[in-house]
Write a protein that binds this ligand. Structure first.
Ligand code: NDP
Length: 343
């Protein structure tokens, strides 16, 4: 089997030398374990955090160990009663061609939920994150205005489509004209602004003000940085901010927040939270997997019926996973980033 290991800890933006593709012995499933031939693996922004040796909600990946990640594939051997060869399953197999895990840690895929790659994006962890963060902490109400950045990714596109179906005005922020077109034409956003078209937070804020004439009730935080600085002063009293991610700062490591002088804004930002009585709620989706069945029963039929759409960006070959990951951190992905590992 093949796997990609973390060769060393990235300093800032990851580079090729931080990863290594290597051969490893094929595992043999033990008692209760299942061996899977991976067909597709997921690339997610959280993986950048796992590369740093910093205190966080999850342990870092050790040097020379397989990069962590969710993947789907075909069962080829099973010592667990719920899995038989030929079944497809999701598990945390990592960046690898094969994975061997206890059957109790795997989720069998239901063909009613569409292509297996749905389990990595729209009906997997990212889609669930968008659905959960919006409903639980966004507390959306018809007629309100929501802003979300990384609008065409699997989290942002779920947030935008769900909010739209709940009767909100939905404004996306995305990188580039093509992504903005995707947000509006495919995902049904009312408006979408290209954050790269504005030099600074002030210019982005002025444009946002035009497309959010009634202010912002929910800012679903995916990116932080310039976007956060632009949106915060536009929040209405009692507004909600589910804090899901801050990708603009991930390459800054554990310190974060001081790449573009954002730290200078801290007193002003904190005051806005106080004066506008904002509800700012950070969450980590792995704390809430008990709600995953609720998500599947709500979103599953909407996806099957074409009411929630998904766009995937599929890189070919395990060896290309590091490059695809680096590209995604810079916004080079067009929809949910997946790597096709095998047929
Ligand atoms: P995406 O597929 O949307 O990929 C990340 C996107 O972030 C890029 O495509 C790019 O989109 C955008 N981006 C990168 N840098 C910047 C920047 N400096 N300013 C603005 N946008 C930037 O990712 P996901 O949908 O998988 O994840 C979205 C967020 O949700 C991430 O922050 C992720 O860490 C977080 N998350 C949090 C979870 C939790 O448990 N709290 C669980 C899952 C995800 P563009 O080109 O449009 O700018």
């Amino acid at each position: 089997m093949q796997r990609v290991v973390l060769a060393r800890r990235p300093q800032g933006e990851p580079v090729d030398e931080d990863f290594r593709l290597e051969e490893a012995p094929m595992p043999t499933p033990g008692d209760g374990e299942v061996l899977v031939r991976v067909t597709h693996m997921s690339l997610d922004p959280y993986m950048r955090g796992r590369m740093d040796d910093a205190k966080s909600y999850a342990k870092p990946v050790e040097i020379d160990h397989t990069m962590e990640g969710g993947a789907v594939g075909e069962v080829i051997a099973s010592n667990h009663p719920n899995f038989a060869p030929g079944d497809f399953a999701f598990g945390m197999f990592g960046w690898a061609s094969h994975g061997c895990l206890p059957g109790k840690e795997l989720r069998k895929l239901d063909p009613a939920h569409g292509p297996v790659t749905n389990a990595l994006g729209v009906l997997g962890m990212p889609g669930f994150t968008g659905w959960f963060g919006l409903t639980e902490y966004g507390k959306p109400k018809a007629g309100e205005t929501l802003v979300v950045a990384a609008a065409t990714g699997p989290v942002g596109s779920m947030v935008g489509q769900m909010a739209k179906q709940l009767g909100l005005r939905v404004v996306g922020i995305a990188g580039g004209a093509d992504k903005c077109k995707l947000a509006k034409d495919t995902f049904g956003f009312d408006e979408c602004l290209d954050h790269r078209a504005y030099d600074d937070a002030k210019a982005l804020r002025a444009a946002l003000k035009d497309v959010c004439p009634n202010g912002v009730d929910i800012y679903f935080e995916n990116v932080a940085g310039k976007v956060l600085e632009a949106v915060l002063p536009l929040m209405n009293v009692g507004g909600r901010i589910p804090v899901c991610g801050m990708i603009a700062w991930y390459n800054a490591g554990a310190l974060g927040g001081n790449q573009q002088g954002e730290k200078d804004q801290l007193p002003k930002m904190w005051r806005t939270i106080l004066v506008n009585r904002l509800h700012v709620h950070g969450f980590i989706i792995s704390d809430h997997f008990d709600r995953y069945p609720d998500f599947l029963s709500d979103a599953g039929p909407r996806v099957a019926g074409g009411k929630i759409k998904t766009v995937e960006d599929i890189a070919e070959g395990l060896e290309n996973a590091p490059r695809a990951f680096m590209n995604m951190l810079k916004g080079g992905n067009f929809g949910k980033q997946i790597v096709k590992v095998a047929e």
